[in-house]
Design a protein around this ligand. Structure first.
Ligand SMILES: [Zn+2]
Length: 505
């Protein structure tokens, strides 16, 4: 059944237009898990810098999502856990000795300054991405601060605290009868699988290293329970898988899943730890081998949310996510890296490339054939796509009154005192709200000459208000001191950089 496909050069069709919404919060790169910790949110800022300097801002809409509120987070997580994540800091850790154990916070998942805020940025991005897919305003939504697939309902795990993916999918389920989740991180997507293990509304499909490897779940035989039986797919792989082997197992499985399950929305987790040379992952994918998954999923023309995830050799993660953002915008980015704020990280090649190494591929053709045969046999049971009673769609939980909303907003502002979010809120006039519906979504957030449409608040950043913008776009508003649709998310430094680049042109 397994046929080793040739790995051809990736192609895009520049005449094809996708409406891409890209979510980025400039605060995200400032959070720090601690000295020596593998997880570095800074990689998201490096990715962003490459994306901007490759001028992809001309192709897509750039947004800074409203950080998720506590109430929104409890759609999946427990109240107690959210309360803990919201309140715990390195300084008051002593007050939470019991909770640290219960919620599995410690070595892998340390408490760091601004932890709650970091989680809310990650989750807010994926929830707003889902909301924009739901109202049909984009075909592709990207949030590299998301993809934190290990987080459980009331437990941190594997550098993940809150599960932005589950929250995003819950949001999608309000509109979409069936959502397909695909996970290409080197680790099993256990948190997402667990959340939807007994439902046929979400099909999860994880490709991961299996065998003496974190988190230890994701066996071939784990296929879902009760109504969800056959709606969890696990593809356990061995060390050293290369581009052609990965493609040859990924493409036939995803093709069959889409053909038989017929999802109306896809969430693609693009963990960068499946790249060759990752600090933690033992796979051997090149940048192109990794990006082929993005390209292949995109080719089905189904609305897709693209998320980050793991990835611990950060220069390669940034390269790959930038390249993949190009693919999603139908551009093959040139090999020569543009000058950018983190140029020195890309020494000695200064090229947009991650190459495979000569490591041994422990996935024999016989092994991959066994996996593929078994997965396709299970999938055969999903041939008759479940007909969903749309009255099963969770009803909107956003009818909370204004008092609750205000409290949530205060919480969001107060967690770290000095965030960009707090500063933005502080300078927003009360009387200048614009209906999001008025926004011309086709208008770019940055004019073609690279200047931001500065909006008078001094930092070129527009924020939506706190009225549940992830969940009710009709009430979503943008505040920008008089100009509409300036959802710009550049720092002053980035604006200056881009202006300089344009002057050089
Ligand atoms: Zn991972």
């Amino acid at each position: 059944m397994y046929v080793r496909l040739p790995f051809d050069e990736l192609k895009v069709d520049p005449t094809q237009k996708k409406r891409v919404a890209y979510f980025y919060d400039q605060d995200v790169g400032n959070y720090f898990y601690g000295t020596g910790h593998c997880m570095k949110p800074h990689r998201i800022r490096m990715t962003h810098s490459l994306i901007m300097n490759y001028e992809l801002y001309k192709k897509m809409e750039i947004y800074r999502a409203q950080p998720a509120t506590n109430l929104e987070l409890t759609q999946f997580h427990t109240d107690e856990y959210i309360d803990f994540i919201d309140r715990v800091t390195p300084d008051n850790l002593g007050l939470f000795e019991r909770e640290q154990i219960i919620f599995n916070v410690g070595d892998d998942c340390p408490v760091f300054d601004g932890l709650g805020e970091f989680c809310k940025i990650s989750c807010g991005g994926s929830m707003e991405a889902a909301a924009r897919m739901n109202n049909g305003s984009c075909d592709v939504a990207i949030n590299y601060a998301g993809g934190l697939h290990h987080a459980k309902k009331s437990e941190a795990s594997g550098f993940c605290y809150l599960n932005d993916i589950v929250l995003g999918i819950i949001e999608l389920l309000r509109v979409h009868p069936r959502v397909l989740y695909i996970d290409t991180d080197v680790h099993h997507g256990d948190g997402v699988e667990e959340a939807f293990y007994s439902t046929d509304r979400v099909m999860t499909c994880s490709f991961h290293k299996f065998g003496e490897f974190f988190p230890g779940t994701g066996n071939l035989n784990d296929i879902g329970l009760s109504k969800g039986k056959y709606y969890s797919v696990n593809v356990p792989l061995r060390d050293g898988i290369d581009d052609a082997s990965y493609k040859s197992i990924f493409e036939p499985i995803i093709s069959k899943v889409i053909e038989w399950y017929r999802p109306s929305a896809i969430v693609l987790q693009c963990g960068g730890d499946s790249l060759s040379g990752d600090r933690l992952g033992p796979f051997n994918l090149s940048m192109r081998g990794h990006a082929n998954c993005v390209s292949f999923v995109k080719s089905f023309d189904i609305p897709v949310m693209v998320l980050g995830g793991g990835g611990y050799t950060i220069r390669n993660v940034a390269r790959t996510w930038a390249f993949e953002t190009g693919i999603l915008n139908n551009v093959i980015l040139p090999k020569e890296l543009p000058y950018n704020g983190y140029y020195e990280y890309y020494a000695p090649t200064y090229e947009l490339d991650v190459r495979s190494s000569n490591m041994n591929n422990a996935n024999s053709e016989e092994y991959l054939d066994k996996i593929l045969t078994s997965v396709l046999a299970n999938l055969d049971n999903t041939k008759h796509t479940p007909s969903v009673q749309m009255n099963e769609v969770p009803s909107s939980s956003w009818n909370f009154d204004d008092d609750v909303n205000e409290d949530d907003e205060k919480d969001a502002i107060d967690t770290n005192g000095g965030s960009q979010y707090a500063r933005d809120k502080a300078i927003q006039p009360d009387n200048e709200f614009y209906d999001d519906d008025d926004i011309d979504r086709g208008e770019k957030n940055i004019s073609d000459n690279g200047n931001t449409n500065t909006n008078g608040n001094g930092n070129g950043v527009a924020t939506s208000n706190g009225n549940g913008s992830h969940n009710n776009l009709e009430e979503d508003t943008t505040i920008n001191n008089g100009n509409k649709s300036n959802n710009v998310t550049l720092t002053d430094d980035e604006v200056n950089e881009i202006e300089q680049l344009n002057e050089e042109d």
